[in-house]
Each structure stands twice: as C-alpha cells, then as structure tokens.
Design a protein around this ligand. Structure first.
Ligand code: NAG
Ligand code: NAG
Ligand code: NAG
Ligand code: NAG
Ligand code: NAG
Length: 261
C-alpha cells in the first residue's frame, strides 16, 4: 500500500466509526440490562445501585455477590451473618455506607439491647471505618459495686428495663477489671465514637446513629462516568459496564480504541 491508499483506508475507517457512534446514540431502545439496572429504593432510604441490589426490585446482575439488600418496612436492610442492619445512607463516591442495627428499628425502643447479637466478624465484602466496640454487659451479680453503677443504661420503657445492662467502651479499664468479673453476658456491638468520657447516656440514640462501613467490591466510577451502569456477569464472574448500546468490559467510551489507531 502506498501513502495515498493508507490515508484513504484510515478516512474510511474513521467514517465507519463516526456513523457507528451516531447510529448507536440515536437508536431509541437502550440495551435491556442498562434499562433494568436503573437505581431503585425501598421507599425510605437511599437509592440502591451497584454493588448493592434488591432482589425482586432489581436483577442480580445489577449488583455484586454479597451485597444483597432487602426491603423491610420500606427500609433497605443488609443481612450479615450475626446482625441485620438498616442502611441509612450509601456514599457511592467514597464507597462507604452508614448503617444501624435493625434491632433498634424492630423493637421501637423496647428492650433494644436484648435483640442485639454479638459482632465478632465482618464478611470480606465490608470493613469498619473509625468505629469503636461497645460492650453491653448484663446478668450481673447484685449488689453492683459503686464503680459500675454509672455504666447502667436504660433502653426503652421501664417495664422492659428490669434486666440490668451496662454499657462500657472497649478501652475502659473497668470493663475487664470489674464488669467481666461481676457479669456473665457480654455483647459487643460497633458504635461510631467514644463519647462523653466513656459514659453512654442515651444508648438507643447511640445505636440509632449507627456507624460507617466501607465496601471492598470493584470501583464503579469509570463505567458510571462514561454514562454506564455497573453490573456483574454471574456466569463469567466478570465485572460488566452496561451501556445504552450493549454491555462493555470497563467503560462505555470507545476512547482507548481510537487512541491506539
Ligand atoms: C433517587 O434518585 C432519584 C432519581 O434520580 C432522585 O430524584 C432522588 O432524589 C434520589 N433519592 C435519594 C434519596 O437520593
Ligand atoms: C464518605 O462521604 C460522606 C459524605 O460526604 C461522609 O460522611 C463519609 O464520612 C465519607 N466516608 C469515608 C469513609 O470517608
Ligand atoms: C473506672 O471507675 C472508676 C470509679 O468509678 C473511675 O474513677 C474511672 O474513671 C473509671 N475508668 C474509666 C476508664 O472510665
Ligand atoms: C431478661 O433476661 C432473661 C435472661 O437472659 C431473658 O430471658 C428475658 O427475656 C430478659 N427480659 C427482658 C425484659 O429483656
Ligand atoms: C461476644 O464476644 C465477646 C468478645 O468477642 C465474648 O467475650 C462474649 O462471650 C461473646 N458473647 C456472646 C453472648 O457470645
């Protein structure tokens, strides 16, 4: 091929790409996977999109395995092996979410500590951000030593407060020195911060405030910034970027291809 032929070939090639893009942008119906992965919500709470999805509201390919949410009383709920958490907010821009224990929602202020189960581990899909362990200690032998009375918390109505519960932060020396000796039950739950010199005055409020977690699934921003919606192919176990025209590997923009030519 001489120089003239090559440039004719390139011109034709570019024209093809130009018309291809023009056609795919003007065609009316977008690809069905792009359409079905539109963000949805449970009624209350944040809009749900990749890596999260709500089975029944969204297709499983719109999310990533391990990030299923369910709607409960119109709130999105994340069910982890030990506890269920209400998802208060999802910050897609920095891949974090604020959650609180669903026991707070379900008990409506009654007997809230008794429905909270231990938090000993998190699945690999999530990680804590700046949370601190709070111990809810109960089944104590009476009389309670003076050092411990200031840790007594009430949660809910008085008739449900018969079982004495103490709330102590992980780093409090009185936890291991005295409380563990006097009391049998110990439930560990993450809370956002160490407050008020280690005194919990409003346990329900503290639990309702919740805490931040970050997620570890693949970042969606490259696909999303190109106009796509992220998803997952359960057969190939690969990330997909659903675009108006069809699913792509990473991004809806064919930019890299043109630069290479
Ligand atoms: C959810 O998305 C809709 C449509 O984009 C938007 O109008 C609404 O404000 C969003 N809701 C929340 C809680 O972000
Ligand atoms: C993510 O952004 C939100 C809103 O700006 C913020 O409240 C939250 O602390 C951030 N998360 C992390 C992990 O920094
Ligand atoms: C442990 O209890 C004693 C007596 O009530 C108190 O003076 C001390 O500050 C407590 N320790 C912590 C870390 O709060
Ligand atoms: C008090 O503790 C006992 C034993 O742990 C439990 O069976 C009971 O339901 C608790 N009562 C309340 C009101 O939480
Ligand atoms: C909860 O976890 C703590 C520390 O991991 C442990 O000491 C305690 O026995 C556990 N409580 C229950 C009820 O399993």
């Amino acid at each position: 091929m001489n120089k003239h032929n090559i440039s004719t070939f390139l011109l034709t090639f570019y024209l093809y790409i130009f018309f291809f893009i023009l056609l795919s942008n003007t065609s009316s119906g977008a690809h069905y996977q792009y359409e079905s992965c539109v963000p949805k919500n449970c009624g209350h709470g944040p809009n749900v999109s990749f890596p999260f999805y709500v089975p029944g509201l969204q297709e499983s390919y719109c999310g990533y395995p391990g990030y299923e949410l369910t709607c409960e009383d119109k709130f999105p709920v994340l069910k982890l092996p030990e506890n269920d958490y209400v998802v208060d907010d999802i910050f897609y821009e920095n891949r974090s979410l604020r959650v609180y224990n669903a026991a707070v929602l379900r008990s409506e202020g009654k007997e809230c500590p008794s429905r909270i189960r231990n938090t000993t581990f998190l699945p690999s899909q999530f990680d804590y951000v700046n949370s601190t362990p709070l111990h809810l200690v109960s089944s104590c032998r009476e009389p309670l030593p003076d050092e411990l009375t200031r840790y007594i918390v009430s949660c809910g109505s008085p008739e449900h407060g018969k079982n004495l519960t103490l709330a102590l932060y992980d780093k409090d020396e009185n936890l291991t020195n005295i409380a563990m000796e006097k009391c049998e039950e110990n439930i560990v739950t993450p809370v956002e911060e160490y407050i008020n010199k280690g005194m919990v005055s409003d346990l329900e409020g503290l639990l309702r405030k919740g805490f931040l977690m970050k997620w570890t699934a693949i970042d969606c921003s490259v696909c999303e910034n190109s106009g796509g919606r992220c998803g997952f192919n359960p057969t190939s176990h690969l990330f997909r970027c659903f675009c108006r025209d069809r699913p792509h590997a990473v991004s809806c923009k064919p930019g890299k291809l043109l630069i290479l030519v």
